[in-house]
Design a protein around this ligand. Structure first.
Ligand SMILES: [Ca+2]
Ligand SMILES: [Ca+2]
Length: 345
């Protein structure tokens, strides 16, 4: 009897904690939206601190660890080292080698809370005069709906085999992400795209950081939970709300953008787990440091990318899961591929 009562109470407590996390963004976003003066800004900042503390308190492992390693690095979260499970025994794409679930041991590390934005990448280019690979090659890959019917007809032979919605378009780069005549004006806080693996490494090195390994990326994605599909759990839309920027509708013909975004969204839009990470799944794919094929010594080896993008739909690219993975050669770039950096603790 007592055992049953105790188990029920534990279950109720767990449910209360879980629903609390799912329901809350700690009210921070609401405050930001209504913010009109400095007093409210101060409230906002205090509320943020409460939120962060709340987030830590809900995960004892995280809380106990975090306290030892203050102060924080701005824009990064500390991910505590330890043994974690990554991968899955229920793979959706066998060929991607998502399985088996396996144990990895990691040291403490920091992870960017956000994908690197256009504004941040512009600072790097301004400081270093860096020229991305897409700029040097003179083209990059653009999704079909960003082209007019006439442009699509002209570029018919410049499509990707097996993925004919990608067009190789001249004059497209991080500076002109949505077509040769576009710019980053108005989308400064969106993730930088059309950056190769080499470009990502160059940025992270400049910032005193590095790309995360795949294991680090996935552990950060999982937010201390084992075996869940998404950073927040197994349900795609808790509280019937959108938690990530992906594709709604029929891929590749109609995107209802029910989540609010047909293409990229600002890097601080969807907070997805207890580590305070945003858009870790969805929005844009993210490069990791790892080779796709261990020991690959070819000139442009494939590198692992994680997280899926705003173009992913369950029917076609169910890869906005922590265990999912894909690859591109290290000189590739496209309109749905970006990155975030990590750093040793
Ligand atoms: Ca979307
Ligand atoms: Ca992402």
């Amino acid at each position: 009897m007592w055992k049953l009562l105790s188990a029920t109470l534990t279950l109720l407590l767990l449910l209360a904690l879980l629903s609390g996390f799912a329901a809350s963004d700690c009210g921070c976003n609401k405050l930001r939206e209504t913010k009109t003066n400095t007093k409210e800004e101060q409230l906002d900042s205090e509320q943020d601190q409460v939120c962060q503390q709340n987030a830590r308190n809900k995960n004892t492992h995280y809380r106990d660890y975090y306290a030892e390693l203050e102060p924080e690095i701005e824009g990064m979260s500390l991910i505590p080292g330890g043994s974690y499970h990554i991968g899955t025994d229920e793979p959706h794409f066998q060929a991607d080698r998502e399985s088996p679930e396996r144990l990895v041991k990691l040291k403490d590390f920091y992870m960017d809370k956000y994908e690197v934005s256009n504004a941040k990448f512009a600072e790097f280019v301004e400081a270093t005069k860096y020229n991305t690979e897409a700029e040097r090659f003179g083209d990059s890959f653009l999704f079909r709906t960003l082209l007019t019917k006439e442009q699509r007809a002209q570029l018919e032979d410049f499509r990707v085999a097996g993925a004919p919605w990608w067009y190789k378009v001249s004059g497209v780069s991080w500076r002109n992400p949505n077509g040769p005549d576009s710019s980053i004006k108005g989308i400064e806080q969106h993730p930088v795209v059309h950056v190769s693996w080499h470009d990502a490494v160059a940025y992270c090195t400049w910032a005193g950081k590095r790309l995360p390994s795949e294991a680090e990326w996935e552990v950060a994605c999982r937010g201390g939970k084992r075996g869940k599909l998404y950073p927040w759990g197994n349900k795609l839309m808790p509280k019937e709300q959108h938690w990530t920027n992906i594709w709604q509708g029929e891929f590749p013909d109609s995107n209802s953008a029910a989540d609010g975004y047909e293409f990229t969204c600002p890097v601080d839009t969807f907070r997805q787990n207890i580590y305070d990470l945003y858009n870790i799944v969805g929005n844009v794919w993210e490069w990791t440091a790892d080779l796709w094929q261990e020991g690959d010594t070819s000139p442009n080896p494939n590198r692992v990318k994680k997280g899926g993008s705003y173009l992913c739909h369950q029917s076609y690219c169910f890869r906005y899961r922590c265990a999912a993975r894909s690859q591109n050669t290290d000189d590739s770039s496209a309109g749905n591929l970006g990155f975030r950096c990590a750093k040793d603790a």
